[in-house]
Design a protein around this ligand. Sequence first.
Ligand SMILES: [Zn+2]
Length: 346
Amino acid sequence: MEGRRGEFTDENNNVYNYCQRSYSNVRQNEPGSDTSLREHIVSYQTESFHFLQDMGMIPKSTHCSDCNRSMNWNFSGTVDLFEWICPGCRKSCPIKQCSPLEDIDCSYDKILGVIWAWCNSEEIDKTAFKFGIESKTVMNIFSIAGLAAEKHITRYTSQWNIGGPGVIVLIDTFPETFLSGSRQSNRPILCLAELKGFPLTILFHPLQTELGNQENAIEVMKMQCQSFIRDFVHPESAVVARRNAFFCSYEDISLNQPQFNVLASDQGLLKHESVGRNLHSILSTIWEEAVYVCMDAQYYPHHLVQSFLFSHMWKNKYNNSAYPLILKEISSMVKEGSFMLQKKMK
Ligand SMILES: [Zn+2]
């Protein structure tokens, strides 16, 4: 299985590298109506299209909604290159129909490039500039990647669990986290850090702030913290949280999560010799990266905050396999048709 996964990774990376190379070659040439350049673009666009089809991100077959015949695909002369056409009634429809990419109006190689950028948590505007496309298009692709990651995490929660017998898990909430003092933020983010191995595994969970002026909004957000901790932290972990923290304090966890055998507050650490004191002294260093990620998240449009945080978690967990694995997740959305349901609900 491991070997097969390796093959999968190499294969996809090769194709991606090919796309990148071709893209830079095209950029280096003078733009214009040069026929050979145009042919070159079309040929590698076609290759990107076939790659997306082979991955399953664009369906390979479809049926006419009018006469139920199996449809063929033809050159369309648009950015999509092809369209489905019915051999019976000649009805045509977009080649990306039934794919989450259906509404994305940029070339296939750029779609792949933007998904790569998501895996590396690159900025929206920089990505848009790099590929010469609108920020809105980048946001739409980031949103699809975020949705695919969310589906994966929801389905395989146990794979994303952190902690374990004797493993220390730190819990805090941005913007109150150790380094950032008591700054205000409209977008508080629960952060869980597992002190095992390197790089540290950090889970982020933005708290739902669109609760209007509900009197119990703060209570609901506090409950969200407890529910996330219950789902993602192994019950035998040694948990450290801050006393009197606003959204998720040492006291809240003691009250709601009796499963943790060892629970310490930040101040409690000081009572322990060496290990406890040492840990206390490096808390702000441990949280440093998480704080930067949370600060960056504040600049994202509301609907993309979660996607941005997922991109960090995804890269952190899957490293070199992050890119092929997110492509695979997007493909599984096509197989399940799950995004179609969401489109209908919008
Ligand atoms: Zn037809």
